[in-house]
Design a binder for this molecule. Structure first.
Ligand code: NAP
Length: 243
């Protein structure tokens, strides 16, 4: 896909990876709808800002009615919350699924006809390599990402006939404030060099998209994917903290 001249809608651009993806798309010559629950929080020069909550049906429908020229949908927005599956707060676990799985699905369902009308285009879903490894301390978020991976694979098959390329980006440790805060609340401080700058990851994701890759990974993501052929394993955050 050539991003120069594309029209992209990015979810969750108020901060973190979503903001970096929107900035990088503008830099590569795309027309960008930078969306957020609170439009005033968006600082992406050169973009059109739209209000969008991916877990609100009406908000999703309104965005699809306005952004009718989109040929790239970037599903980045998602809740980061800490919960294990066995003894975590069930309401938090449901909210994670509501955001990562059902929110992303709502966006795909609303924008599939828009993409079809605009020649097929592409969808980029931001997942996580924990979709393939899980992580003790936050297995609920990992499970939500696994569900979103299954969603991505299914949607790819279903939208192939209309010519929509469906890609997944699976980073591991995005150096956003959200990650740092989440780790701190779990009593972990990771060395800076195991976290990757969101701007660097945005460039990696968009390079992969421009190369028509289906799954775009960072080095830990590549290890996680390779490990799928062996026994299931978990990402050991504590060992990263020690290394
Ligand atoms: N951080 C990591 O280490 C890491 C690792 C792998 C994958 N990821 C994935 O990468 C993506 C971005 O992560 P990040 O660390 O950049 O997150 P972040 O800094 O917490 O940013 C999340 C963005 O999503 C928005 N958002 C949350 N719920 C939303 C909703 N219902 N509707 C619309 N927008 C919503 C937030 O908006 P508000 O300002 O309104 O809250 C914010 O703009 C997520 O899908 C995350 O799961 C992150």
């Amino acid at each position: 896909m050539n991003l120069n001249g594309a029209t992209a809608l990015v979810t969750g651009t108020s901060r973190g990876l979503g903001r970096s993806l929107a900035l990088e798309l503008v830099r590569r010559g795309a027309t960008v709808y930078a969306t957020a629950r609170q439009p005033d929080d968006v600082d992406v020069p050169g973009s059109t800002v739209l209000r969008l909550d991916i877990t609100d049906k009406r908000s999703v429908a309104e965005a699809a009615a306005v952004a009718t020229d989109v040929d790239l949908l970037v599903n980045n927005a998602a809740l980061t919350a800490i919960a294990n599956l066995v003894d975590g707060d069930l309401d938090v676990i449901r909210k994670l699924m509501d955001s990562h799985f059902f929110g992303t699905l709502a966006m795909v369902r609303a924008f599939a006809p828009v993409l079809a009308r605009n020649g097929g285009g592409a969808i980029l879903n931001v997942l996580s390599s924990t979709a393939w490894t899980s992580v003790h301390g936050n297995s609920a978020l990992a499970a939500a990402k696994s569900a979103e991976w299954g969603l991505t694979n299914g949607v790819r098959v279903e939208l192939a006939p209309q010519g929509t390329h469906v890609a997944a980006f699976l980073p591991t440790l995005v150096g956003s404030d959200t990650l740092t805060d989440a780790l701190r609340s779990a009593g972990l401080v990771l060395p800076d060099d195991v976290m990757t700058d969101p701007a660097e990851l945005a460039a990696l994701a968009l390079d992969g998209l421009e190369a028509d890759e289906l799954e775009i990974v960072d080095p830990l993501g590549a290890e996680a994917k390779a490990s799928l052929s062996g026994p299931p394993r978990a990402l050991d955050l504590a060992s990263l903290a020690r290394s």
